[in-house]
Design a protein around this ligand. Sequence first.
Ligand code: 2P0
Length: 357
Amino acid sequence: MDAFRFTAKTTTPISYKTRWQAPSNIALIKYWGKEKNQIPKNPSLSFTLQKCVTKTSIEFQPKPSLGLTFDFFFEGKPNSNFLPKLNQFLEQIRPYVSWIDQYHLTIKSDNSFPHSSGIASSASSMAALALCIMEVEREMDTAITDLQFIRKASFLARLGSGSAARSIEGPITVWGKNPSINEASDDYAIKIDSLHSVFSTYQDTVLIVEKGSKSVSSTQGHALMKGHPFANQRFDQAQQHLHSLLEIMREGNLEDFIRIVESEALTLHAMMMTSQPYYLLMEPQTLSIIQKVWNYRRETSIPLCFTLDAGANIHLLYPKLYASKICDFIKNELSLHCQQGFFIEDEVGMGAKKMYI
Ligand code: 2P0
């Protein structure tokens, strides 16, 4: 994607420090299966979250020799666990931000959610890094427009982790080509406007069923879609689901919204269960929660539904209007199935923010 290569004349490097906060997101239409460099096999749509965020600062120091050098601190301490993923990210984006070789980077990162909560931090962390880097690029090339800034940040974040493309803007983004959206791209995510107002305050309570790391990573899961017996049907289904969901979200029809959202969650896990080798990320507690959500919905007619990420945790989605009733249900019934009763109350958010240091 040559449009995103840095072409402005570089000036003498200057010391610079920047800090951004980027949110996590939860996909309603799931990205599962990809080509090289996180080009998705199907489009995805997500809610951007508000409270589950990564805050990252980068200090750029000019240096005499060229090449990629950086230090990384997580929650105030040097941390080598993240170095391979960070190194891979910086190597991937280097052709598009060639100026970066003139700097030594000191990267400091914190998550608002516990690292061992089972909430993936790759989306929020890659998005925050991409935004810090774009801010410096805009210092060097003042002709960059806000739209170019956002799109290139999403593009760079995607090279680190596919779902990170959707963690720049909010409250709802789409990443991946789909005939119903002219502007949609496989290279970056775009914000979707003009949806029903109920979705501008939608709630997401994350029920933590399992805090530990997963037995099969998402990157491995994506790879298993190659040669998967149901891959093509799944990619077609995601296209159709996205087309229908956009219409449903414009109208605000919650019954149809639930039907597609829950089907997407279960299909994602069905893909895992029918991969070769097959595997399972849901836990018995995940299923108990799903059954209770379905019973609750039947008994109360309250439009509470669930979705799943690539793990055992449940995201409960519902309109703000029902927050107080649903909160009682979570505390009294669902938290019993959570690891140490742990859950995180979040809602849709407006996207990443620059932070003043
Ligand atoms: C998504 N997931 O749309 C899907 C649904 C999890 C379930 O994208 O290999 O961390 O870094 O591109 O983005 C998780 O996979 O994978 C994911 P890579 P990523 O949110």
